[in-house]
Design a protein around this ligand. Structure first.
Ligand code: 3AM
Length: 177
């Protein structure tokens, strides 16, 4: 199974973000039903490891909080923009949850995540996006800010890679206090 831990978003929020999509030729827009906020990418694991991961996540205790999506930006690799995203306002409770998940997953035998946690919701992948249009998009939506979203659980997702879009399935939801 290919797994990741993340936050699902209420349908209203997905719709709200979906309205932003468009206007960048060459971008591969994520279908709104796939919008999510990744807390920790896990990758391909055998079934027994998936069970250990589930057990470790199930014993984790953390508080619920409100998440505010705001701003847009891009990730780049090798000087090329690869990903267009909506940002997340700095949030110590989110950082705390992410740190607890990281600890739980290491306890379940995973290697530590080396990359810095940069919370975001991916709107599009940018293989062939027109740079001027991309810059215009970022400028036009920079002040985007959504209503705070209550976060009452986090989710273990499985991901099936597809040609057009991946299929994400919420496998287990873990309640926050
Ligand atoms: O949440 P986003 O869309 O940024 O790109 C994948 C997606 O990120 C990322 O995990 C999320 C759920 O699939 N992902 C895929 N392969 C990855 C890898 N090898 C990866 N993240 C890190 N390393």
């Amino acid at each position: 199974m290919r797994l990741f831990v993340g936050l699902d978003l209420p349908w209203e929020v997905k719709q709200r973000l979906g309205v932003l999509a468009g206007g960048v030729p060459g971008a591969r827009w994520v279908p709104p039903e796939n919008y999510h906020m990744t807390l920790r990418f896990i990758g391909e694991v055998p079934a027994h490891r998936a069970e250990e991961i589930d057990l470790a996540l199930a014993t984790l205790r953390a508080r619920g909080f409100a998440l505010t999506l705001a701003g847009v930006g891009t990730f780049a690799k090798g000087g090329r923009d690869t990903q267009l995203w909506v940002g997340v306002e700095r949030n110590p409770q989110l950082d705390h949850l992410q740190a607890k998940i990281e600890t739980a997953l290491q306890r379940a035998g995973l290697e530590p995540e080396r990359r810095r946690f940069a919370p975001h919701v991916t709107l599009a992948r940018l293989d062939n996006a027109v740079p001027t249009k991309l810059a215009a998009f970022v400028q036009a939506h920079n002040l985007f800010r959504a209503e705070p979203v209550p976060v009452a659980h986090f989710t273990l997702f499985s991901s099936q890679l597809g040609k057009e879009a991946s299929v994400y399935t919420a496998e287990v939801e873990y309640a926050l206090a």
